[in-house]
Design a protein around this ligand. Structure first.
Ligand SMILES: [Mn+2]
Length: 407
C-alpha cells in the first residue's frame, strides 16, 4: 500500500507534537500597546476618566471589611493608570488552575490571598517590626486586578497573561503575581524577560518540585513544566536558575541530568537539613547576585511543609517553615533587588479553616514589598534586622533589663 498524502500529514503531526503552539508564539517579544485589542488591560469600562489610582476603600474599613484589594491598596486598571501614578509595585492575580496535575482550586488563590488579611486600611501604618521599614509609606503600590483567563484554552490564556504582565513591566512597575497554578510562571517570566532581555533575568525558585518536566502527555503546559520551557525558549537560561527546597520522589535521574547539563543551581531539602536553612540561603543569595542582572522570585507555596501550607496542589511533607520562607523572600528583595515575583499554588479549597496557606502567601508578598522598600532605601547589608527588633537600644545595649534586686 502506497503512502498517501494524509498519512504523511498524520505522521508529521505525531512526530512534532511539541509544535502545539502557533509559529512564533513564544519567540516574538511584545510591547505595550501591541496586540491588546479586546484585552483586559484596555477594555472600555474605564474610558473617559483621568488615569491614576482609584481608592476603592474608606480609611476606616479594616482588613475584614470593605472591598478586598491586596492590603486595601488603591486600584489601577490600565497601563496608563500605572504610569500616571508612578506605581512601583503592582499586585495582580492570575486565577488559573487548569494546568494542575493534582488538587485543583488555585484559581481561587488570588482572591483568598487578598481576603485573608486582617491588617487594616490604606493610609494606616504598615510598619515591619523586623526592619522598621514601611513599604506602604516608601513605595507607590496598587492592586492591578486579575489577568484575563479563558477556561479550557491554555494557549490563549497564557498568551494573554504574557501580554498582561508585559504591560505592567513596560509601565515601570514590579509585578507581584498571585497564582494560580505554577504553569503561569511560563508566560509570566517570559513577559518579564521580554522586557529586560532574554537571558538577562534570573529566577530564584522556591519549591518542593523542580518543575523541569519536558511535558505532560499531550501537552507542554502543566505546573510541572514551566522551568523547562523558560530554559528551552532561552527566556531564562538554566544557569540563571537557583532552586531551593526540592524533595520527595520527583523528578527522575534523567531529568536531574538534564538540569545539571543546563547548569541549574539546585539546593535540595537534604542540604538544608544537613547544614541549616540559613547557610543554604546565604549560598542562594550569593548565587542570585552572581547569576543575572534582574531577579525574579518564583515562590511555590509547597516549598513549605504542609503543616504550614496545607492548601496546595501537590503537598510534599518535610519542607521548610513559614519563618524560613518569609526571611528568604525579604533578604533576596533587599540584598539582591527584584524585578518581579510570583506566589503560586495556593488552593483555598484544600486550605485549613484558618486560611493559613493564604495568609502565608499574603505575608510573603508583604515581605517582598518590605525588601523592595529596603533596597530602594539602600538597606542591603546581609540579613539586616533593626536593632530594636533584636532587643537592643539606640546605644546597642540590651533593651530589656532584669529589675530583680539581689538579696
Ligand atoms: Mn512548582
Amino acid at each position: 500500500m502506497s503512502h498517501d498524502h494524509s498519512h504523511d500529514q498524520h505522521d508529521d503531526q505525531h512526530d512534532h507534537h511539541h509544535d502545539l503552539w502557533p509559529d512564533g508564539f513564544w519567540e516574538q517579544p511584545r510591547r505595550l500597546g501591541q496586540g491588546l485589542e479586546g484585552h483586559g488591560a484596555t477594555d472600555d469600562y474605564n474610558e473617559g476618566r483621568p488615569p491614576g489610582l482609584l481608592f476603592a476603600n474608606r480609611k476606616a474599613e479594616g482588613g475584614f471589611a470593605g472591598i478586598q484589594t491586596f492590603g486595601k491598596l488603591p486600584v489601577a486598571l490600565t497601563p496608563d493608570d500605572l504610569r500616571a501614578a508612578g506605581v512601583d509595585v503592582a499586585v495582580l492575580g492570575v486565577p488559573w488552575d487548569s494546568t494542575a496535575t493534582g488538587r485543583t482550586g488555585t484559581n481561587h488563590g488570588p482572591l483568598a490571598i487578598r481576603a485573608c488579611d486582617y491588617k487594616g486600611g490604606y493610609g494606616r501604618p504598615h510598619f515591619s517590626l523586623d526592619t522598621h521599614v514601611d513599604a506602604f509609606e516608601e513605595l507607590v503600590m496598587a492592586d492591578y486586578g486579575d489577568a484575563p483567563v479563558f477556561v479550557g484554552n491554555t494557549a490563549k490564556t497564557f498568551e494573554e497573561v504574557r501580554k498582561f504582565i508585559g504591560t505592567v513591566v513596560d509601565a515601570g512597575a514590579v509585578p507581584i503575581v498571585l497564582g494560580g497554578d505554577h504553569a503561569i510562571t511560563w508566560p509570566s517570566a517570559t513577559a518579564v524577560a521580554d522586557h529586560y532581555g532574554h537571558g538577562k533575568v534570573g529566577i530564584v525558585h522556591f519549591d518542593a518540585h523542580a518543575d523541569t518536566g519536558s511535558d505532560m502527555p499531550g501537552s507542554l503546559a502543566s505546573h510541572g513544566t514551566p522551568m523547562r520551557h523558560l530554559i528551552d525558549s532561552g527566556a531564562v537560561p538554566g544557569k540563571n536558575f537557583v532552586q531551593v527546597g526540592l524533595r520527595g520522589y520527583w523528578p527522575d535521574q534523567q531529568t536531574l541530568d538534564w538540569m545539571d547539563d543546563q547548569r541549574m543551581r539546585t539546593h535540595f531539602m537534604a542540604e538544608i537539613v544537613r547544614e541549616g536553612f540559613d547557610k543554604v540561603l546565604e549560598r542562594a543569595v550569593d548565587e542570585a547576585l552572581d547569576q543575572a542582572d534582574h531577579l525574579y522570585i518564583s515562590l511555590d507555596i509547597d516549598v513549605c511543609d504542609p503543616a504550614y501550607a496545607p492548601g496546595t496542589g501537590t503537598p510534599e511533607p518535610g519542607g521548610i517553615t513559614s519563618n524560613d520562607i518569609l526571611r528568604a523572600v525579604r533578604r533576596l528583595a533587599a540584598e539582591v533587588g527584584i524585578v518581579a515575583m510570583d506566589v503560586v499554588e495556593v488552593s483555598p479549597p484544600y486550605d485549613d479553616r484558618g486560611e493559613i496557606t493564604a495568609l502565608l502567601a499574603n505575608r510573603a508578598v508583604r515581605e517582598a514589598m518590605t525588601g523592595i522598600a529596603m533596597h530602594r532605601k539602600g538597606i542591603t547589608e546581609p540579613d539586616y534586622l533593626h536593632p530594636y527588633a533584636i532587643g537592643l537600644d539606640a546605644d546597642g545595649n540590651r533593651r530589656n533589663q532584669v529589675f530583680r534586686t539581689s538579696d
